[in-house]
Design a protein. Structure first.
Length: 296
């Protein structure tokens, strides 16, 4: 394993690279309030056949935090991803992208802009989304759900998203994360049936900084479409995201597959083998399709 520090706009990102140097490159992007440590059980399962890249997003783990809340806007997050891709693929080649939670949310923004952003065009071979629908997908689900009178589905998702509103409260979430770190970790671990060691030593700072993801970004009603092949890994017992959110996913990603897993939100921790198998199979399929196109 090699560790690198790269510069992206106003922050420095800690990047780790490991695995088969000759294999397809897969970039794993973590969510809130995690660091790249969340992938520790998935990475070893992918390294025999893939070059695996993880990084701490801005404000998390070993990466630095921007000075202002605006530094957490989606454009900055997408810029960080583009910087990582350029660092690990300076030859201009593509990577396979995997995101969980906010790592998936920001990856959706990148994928939906892939054809119009020169930094990303032809740089994303596939995208596996885990427990993190894009802000565009959620926004349109809520708007269209109300228009089509899908009140039960919309109400269920709004109830599951209670914390998004709570995180808008000034100062209080930061106070809780700083003063009651141990209790917060334990409560979240119990609720999600995780080992308390799931979160690293930077948990309090990761939580406080990560609140700005919710405060700097709002729902979008943009209807972009991507040609990037997409795989959804959908935990059916996710306490944060209702599977119903993906009802119109084909409008955003026409080339889409779906894998349902009986698991909670942190399926990357509770069932890393299932996640790794899904990612491996999807990459194999996409790489085979690319080989056929090159031979044609």
């Amino acid at each position: 394993m090699s560790t690198h520090t790269i510069t992206s706009s106003d922050v420095r990102l800690r990047v780790r690279v490991t695995g088969n140097a000759e294999g397809p490159v897969v970039v794993l992007v973590h969510g809130f309030p995690d660091s790249q440590q969340v992938w520790d059980h998935v990475v070893p399962l992918l390294t025999p056949d893939h070059r695996v890249v993880t990084y701490d997003v801005r404000g998390a783990g070993g990466s630095t935090a921007p000075a202002t809340r605006s530094g957490y806007r989606m454009s900055k997050l997408v810029g960080d991803l583009a910087a990582v891709i350029e660092h690990v693929r300076p030859d201009g080649g593509p990577v396979h992208l995997v995101g969980h939670d906010w790592g998936s949310i920001q990856s959706w923004s990148a994928v939906l802009r892939e054809s119009s952003d020169a930094r990303l065009t032809n740089r994303i071979a596939s995208f596996t989304s885990i427990s993190g629908p894009g802000l565009e997908i959620v926004g349109n689900f809520l708007r269209d759900g109300l228009a089509r009178r899908r009140f039960a589905a919309v109400g269920r998702q709004l109830a599951q998203s209670w914390y998004v509103v709570a995180f808008q409260t000034p100062a209080l979430p930061e106070l809780v994360a700083g003063r009651f770190t141990r209790q917060l970790r334990a409560a979240m671990a119990r609720a999600q049936r995780l080992d308390d060691h799931h979160w690293g030593d930077t948990f309090a700072d990761d939580f406080r900084n990560g609140l700005n993801l919710y405060r700097a970004n709002g729902l979008s009603f943009r209807r972009g479409t991507t040609a990037v092949p997409v795989q959804l890994v959908v935990p059916t017992k996710d306490s944060s995201v209702s599977p119903a959110v993906y009802v119109d996913i084909a409008a955003f990603a026409p080339d889409v597959r779906r894998v349902d897993v009986v698991a909670g939100h942190w399926v990357v921790q509770s069932q890393p083998g299932v996640v790794a198998d899904a990612v491996r199979a999807f990459i194999t399929e996409i790489e085979a399709q690319g080989e056929l196109r090159r031979e044609a």
